[in-house]
Design a protein around this ligand. Structure first.
Ligand SMILES: C[S@@+](CC[C@H](N)C(=O)[O-])C[C@H]1O[C@@H](n2cnc3c(N)ncnc32)[C@H](O)[C@@H]1O
Ligand code: SF4
Ligand code: SF4
Length: 458
């Protein structure tokens, strides 16, 4: 009998301690450096008593002593019968443990992204008014699928738990089937987002049979509003969703919040419930402009009303309804006195660019976030240098990780430790520089300058 880290979890030792990432539902759990070394030693030696000995050598005189029970209770560590126990020299494991700990603590950022977003093609049959793929990115040339296939293997080796396939319209990329096959071979948890208007029967079949893929359809409303924003009738997307779920599959729907009414969102929720859609998310409208349609507080209010009214609808517990996106916390002034404290929570709540995500353009160039202009890009090509090299050495990524905003309002804000002045691509677009002044779409900032949402509208 041997103990191992549950293969349903991906385990990484990061600068703040250990990180478990569930391969099933994507939930994450942060543990201390002490527990991380203990769990790692269990994986290596298969036995909690031997792992405790390693722990005592790596942390001599520690007042904390890890216990195996909580890890067994949470199913993070499991027993296996058929794995042979290799007799390892404990002294070597101790030396490796010390090296591992010192290496993890010396890092200032994650050893690899938590999500790799790939944009195999920027070609798209729609021209959505809100789309963050501007004309300069639409012209980027595509590369053949074998480049993506290799990149996905590298992502797996680096322990990147999540892949996101975006675009352009990914279903229009000729090599998509090869990418989807590779995802299955590697067992990589993947989200594919589609406008759902041009899915070939081959792609539909592959998406349906894929075990690792979650398909998310973009739908702005059930009525004419969808067509006003995307150029095509919502009925086309609704039909694709119905076709996708017809064999018992489930999927997700995502809406960009451009000012839809509560009733429009509720209609979407009812449609989701009727069609086995498991999650409906309403996303903050990301932009580098201060657009009228963009108000995080209004999104919060609509989201809360929808949640309340959903309670009155039979079966609504089957649908996960979320509002998501950058700077959302700024619409919750009541939490400002309880700042987000753990390193992982700060990473997950703040800007993801260069911290938890990496975005790969069709030609292998990278951006910390798709909202950055191509001119800000400084590094080489990920197809040539590989993910790790770009992640560690890209000048723009390192700049985003290390800058601290000079904005006095932001520096006095309780969210400052993880927010750092809001969206850096917005700061770049509006002020020409990152770190000079905070984000004009931050609701806390606007309130402190006497420009609440209501005043801004007026
Ligand atoms: C860029 S699209 C690419 C995939 C596909 N063409 C589609 O529309 O689903 C990926 C997702 O981003 C959303 N999106 C586009 N522009 C956005 C923006 N400015 N802010 C937030 N989400 C946006 C889309 O609605 C879609 O759900
Ligand atoms: S369908 Fe997707 S990629 Fe195409 S314009 Fe709309 S949001 Fe952008
Ligand atoms: S740069 Fe950061 S804050 Fe701005 S849109 Fe991208 S992830 Fe969000």
């Amino acid at each position: 009998m041997r103990l191992v880290i549950n293969p349903q979890n991906l385990f990484r030792h990061e600068f703040f301690g250990g990180l478990f990432h569930s391969r099933n539902d994507g939930t994450m759990m942060e543990i201390s450096h002490e527990d991380a070394i203990f769990v790692w030693a269990i994986e290596r030696l298969g036995d909690p008593v031997l792992a405790s000995k390693v722990f005592c050598e790596v942390f001599p005189g520690s007042s904390y002593y890890p216990s195996i029970q909580p890890f067994l209770d949470e199913d993070l560590v499991v027993e296996v019968n058929n794995n042979p126990i290799y007799m390892e020299d404990i002294r070597e494991v101790v030396i490796d443990g010390r090296k591992r700990l010192s290496e993890a603590k010396s890092r200032k950022y994650l050893r690899a992204p938590l999500s790799l977003s790939i944009y195999p093609s920027m070609v798209c049959n729609q021209n959505c008014r809100f789309c963050f793929i501007g004309s300069e990115k639409k012209c980027i040339k595509e590369r053949e699928s074998k480049k993506w296939v290799r990149l996905l293997s590298e992502a797996k080796d680096l322990g990147i738990p999540m892949i996101s396939i975006l675009g352009g319209e990914p279903t229009q990329y000729k090599g998509l089937l090869k990418i989807l096959e590779q995802i299955e071979i590697l067992g990589l948890k993947t989200n594919l987002t589609t406008n759902g208007t041009l899915i070939s029967s081959e792609v539909m079949q592959q998406m349906k049979k894929s075990k690792k893929l979650t398909v998310c359809f973009s739908l702005q409303s059930l009525d004419q509003y969808h067509e006003n924003w995307t150029g095509l009738p919502s009925m086309v997307v609704q039909r694709s969703i119905k076709q996708f779920v017809s064999d018992g599959n489930n999927c997700r729907v995502n809406t960009v919040y451009t000012g839809q009414s509560t009733d429009q969102i509720l209609d979407l929720a009812r449609f989701c419930l009727d069609n086995n859609v498991k999650k409906l998310s309403i996303s903050v409208f990301n932009t580098c402009e201060k657009a009228d349609t963009y108000s995080i507080s209004r999104l919060r209010r609509v989201g809360e009303t929808v949640k309340e009214r959903l309670l009155g609808i039979t079966g609504s517990e089957k649908l996960t309804f979320t509002i998501e996106g950058c700077l959302l916390y700024s619409a919750y002034p009541e939490i400002i006195d309880n700042p987000i404290l753990t390193e992982l929570d700060q990473l997950l709540n703040g800007c993801e660019a260069g911290q938890t995500i990496l975005e790969v353009l069709p030609n292998g160039q990278v951006l910390p976030c798709i909202l950055f202009p191509l001119s800000s890009r400084a590094s080489g090509n990920i197809f040539e240098s590989g993910i790790q090299d770009i992640w560690d050495n890209d000048i723009l990524l390192n700049k985003i990780r290390s800058f601290r905003t000079k904005d006095p309002i932001c520096k006095n804000c309780n969210f400052f430790n993880f927010c750092n002045g809001g969206c850096p691509s917005m700061q770049l677009a509006i002020h020409g520089k990152i770190g000079l002044k905070g984000d004009p779409n931050c609701e806390i900032r606007n309130r402190s300058e006497g420009r609440g949402n209501e005043q801004r509208k007026a």
